[in-house]
Design a protein around this ligand. Structure first.
Ligand code: GLC
Ligand code: CA
Length: 543
């Protein structure tokens, strides 16, 4: 028996991410909604998850699919009402599932009341809620770019001023230097906590302390001061899971974000492993093969650095990333094997795992044959920008097939009926045509499916404390095919060993472990030192 320790509940948890627009439509308008989510709670309970992070459902003009909020304290009619939200929280609670809200605090929509007021005049009390610079039309304060293309400054003729936006023009940046802004935000968070939400995911949180005059976007000097204040004023008054999205996170600042003293968040999403398959110093669209040995080093570095000093989040997919089975696995011949392999590699590590909707089915990227089928603002802007610069459209489409955010945003594949059971109407974005083979109904019946495998993984984490506590050690570091590591506690030793490739791979390690208990394995029979394509196994033995 392993010793029992008192841990925050989220160290034991598995989180599921819902992209609400694409999860389940309940009223035939082609857009997923809250009642749709409620109707699928039993599915989520069966999968064995503890919390659901839902991308934003607040009032929003949907310029960036809800990441442009016009009212933080109301639900967009497209998704339902505040009372639907209350019903969701209560229904989830019955199934021991907590609801994690997505907080977008770096910016609001330009249709938010604060911004509407701010634009009325320099002496308006809301003016200083945003980031302004005086100027003349056509002469930008500096050459900073917005994440979705174009300059980061937008001219407002009525004021003779520019406002700063790190994302689209319709997403003006909030001014965190202003204590009134911070107070409004904290009160809003407390209001949601009152409603019984179980936690928050904090959108691009490392960008709130920007200093545009110094061209600082993320990791601004006052960032951790603001985060500690927010945490003290809000999160620490409850028993929440909090996770910051921080593209600029490194292992040093991650120890601040996820300090075990609870002074900031529970954990952060870091992206170092997610930007390796692109050309160094370029954009995500500039594709490069995955440097496998470096990937192992990177993940091992994070595991080592935060052991006992912080906490990792574990993820390979989300609504901004392509489908992992298409990206690092094989979405053809070995779709099932490679989807299970990637899950094994990830869920064996220390941290809180996140499953993005459809990942548990091994859902794949989509290839719409024409740009007109795409919906994502980032994808559409990229296409326009690059074709304008003279890139060949087929090359731009190749990048889009590999990296577009719409890969993750096609509707959830529930069954083999029309529109994959997502809607009875016309879906807001087309369904991936492979839903007839890849869907939840089919996979729930099949004990060998990707779904059934994820279901077993979530249970293993609950059964064996070594998943939560074990120290991580990377093995076979230089091997070009095998990803192997151990997790060790006082009593037990667990080996996670996967073949990351579609070719057989020699793994002498497995000979040493041949008498160990098999916790999970994605092929029939024993795992031998000759590993099959994408073979994955987790073994356990006493020390
Ligand atoms: C985050 C979100 C992304 C959004 C951006 C701006 O990266 O995950 O979807 O577009 O922030 O809010
Ligand atoms: Ca709907």
């Amino acid at each position: 028996m392993e010793e029992k320790r008192i841990q925050p509940w989220w160290k034991n948890a598995v989180v599921y991410q819902i992209y609400p627009k694409s999860f389940q439509d309940s009223n035939g308008d082609g857009i997923g909604d809250i009642q749709g989510i409620i109707s699928r709670l039993d599915y989520l309970a069966d999968l064995g998850i503890d919390a659901v992070w839902i991308s934003p459902m607040y009032c929003s003009p949907q310029d960036d699919n809800g990441y442009d909020i016009s009212d933080y304290q109301d639900i967009d009619p497209m998704f339902g009402t505040l009372s639907d939200m209350e019903e969701l929280i209560a229904e989830a609670e019955k199934r021991n599932i907590r609801i994690i809200m997505d907080l977008v605090l770096n910016h609001t929509s330009d249709e938010h009341r604060w911004f509407q007021e701010a634009k009325k005049g320099k002496d308006n009390p809301y003016h200083d809620y945003y980031v302004w610079r005086d100027g003349v039309e056509g002469e930008l304060p500096n050459d900073m770019k917005a994440a979705f293309g174009g300059p980061a400054w937008e001219w407002v003729p009525e004021l003779d001023q520019y406002y700063f936006h790190q994302f689209s023009v319709k997403q003006p940046d909030l001014n965190w230097e202003n204590p009134k802004v911070r107070r409004e935000i904290y009160d809003m968070i407390l209001w949601w906590m009152e409603k019984g939400v179980g936690g928050f995911r904090l959108d691009v949180i490392d960008q709130i302390a920007k200093e545009p005059d110094k061209k600082i976007t993320n990791n601004g000097p006052r960032l951790h001061e603001f985060l500690r204040e927010m945490s003290r004023e809000t999160f620490q008054k409850g028993d929440l899971i909090t996770v910051g999205e921080a593209w600029g996170a490194n292992t040093e600042n991650a120890k601040l974000y996820s300090n075990p003293d609870g002074s900031e968040f529970s954990m952060v999403f870091q992206f170092e492993h997610m930007v390796m398959d692109q050309q160094q110093g370029k954009e995500k669209w500039d594709l490069a093969p995955l440097p496998f040995v470096k990937l192992k080093q990177c993940l091992a570095k994070w595991q080592k650095a935060l052991y006992g000093t912080g906490w990792n989040s574990l993820f390979l997919d989300n609504h901004d990333l392509p489908r992992i089975v298409s990206r690092w696995g094989d979405d053809g011949k070995y779709r099932k094997e490679s989807a299970k392999m990637l899950a094994t590699m990830l869920h064996g590590m220390q941290g809180t795992p996140y499953i993005y909707q459809g990942e548990e089915l091994g859902m794949t990227n989509v290839r719409f044959d024409d740009i007109s089928h795409y919906e994502d603002i980032e994808t559409l802007n990229l296409y326009r920008e690059r074709v304008g610069k003279g890139y060949r459209p087929e090359d731009v489409m190749r990048s889009i097939y590999a990296k577009s955010r719409d890969n993750a945003r096609t509707p959830m594949q529930w069954n083999a009926e029309k529109n994959a059971g997502f809607t009875k109407g016309t879906p807001w974005i087309e369904v991936n045509p492979n839903y007839t083979e890849i869907n939840a109904e089919e996979e729930r019946r099949d004990p060998e499916s990707v779904y059934s495998y994820y279901r077993r993984l979530t249970r293993l984490r609950k059964e064996y404390p070594v998943f939560v506590d074990g120290r991580f050690d990377l093995l076979m570091e230089e091997d070009e095919q095998i990803f192997a590591y151990t997790r060790t506690t006082m009593e037990n030793e667990m080996l996670v060993c996967v073949n990351f490739t579609g070719k057989p791979a020699a793994c002498p390690l497995l000979r040493e472990w041949k008498d160990a208990q098999v916790l999970i394995h994605n092929y029939d029979g024993n795992a031998t030192e000759e590993m099959k394509p994408y073979e994955a196994v987790i073994l356990l033995r006493a020390r």
